[in-house]
Ligand binder design. Structure first.
Ligand SMILES: [Cu+2]
Length: 160
């Protein structure tokens, strides 16, 4: 009986220690992520011509994803980046690849997916279309790159 109790206590102590370590790691991870965001070198070295089009949207692709989607925690439960436009809008999106050494893809389901698009390091891509179909459309990368799984959670929301 005594043994059972102390074994239970020992398990509780181990679990408590694991909990403390886990929360410390989460805190540390958050700090590191925000430091990396602040120190993000891609923002200092945008390709020439990389600016938000008048009335439009700017997407910067870097080793941190689409507009830092990795640092933002983009995933199955969090869309990032999200572009919302009213139905019938002429949409302009400038996509800049600020990554120094990798190609990254850019597609929008239904609106910009008739061919495979890869953006070279330092390249700026202009995308325009009329948002003539309402709904939620995935913004994603369709070519191989090392951060590919993180480039799947953008959304275009066309609202009527
Ligand atoms: Cu990819």
């Amino acid at each position: 009986m005594r043994l059972e109790t102390s074994r239970g206590t020992a398990v509780l102590v181990v679990l408590t220690i694991l909990g403390v370590v886990a929360s410390a790691l989460v805190t540390l991870g958050g700090l590191v992520a925000s430091e990396r965001a602040q120190a993000n070198p891609s923002l200092a070295t945008l390709p020439p011509g990389c600016s938000r089009p008048a009335g439009g949207f700017l997407v910067i692709v870097s080793e941190y994803g689409y507009n830092d989607s990795i640092l933002e925690g983009a995933g199955p439960t969090k869309a990032w980046p999200v572009i919302t436009v009213p139905l019938g809008t002429s949409v302009s999106i400038t996509v800049c690849n600020a990554d120094k050494d990798q190609y990254h893809g850019f597609q929008i389901a239904n609106y910009f997916d008739s061919r495979l698009v890869s953006v070279a390091p330092g390249q700026v891509l202009q995308v325009s279309f009329v948002a003539n179909r309402p709904g939620v459309f995935q913004i994603y990368c369709a070519i191989f790159d090392t951060i590919h799984p993180f480039l799947q959670y953008g959304q275009l929301r066309v609202v009527s």
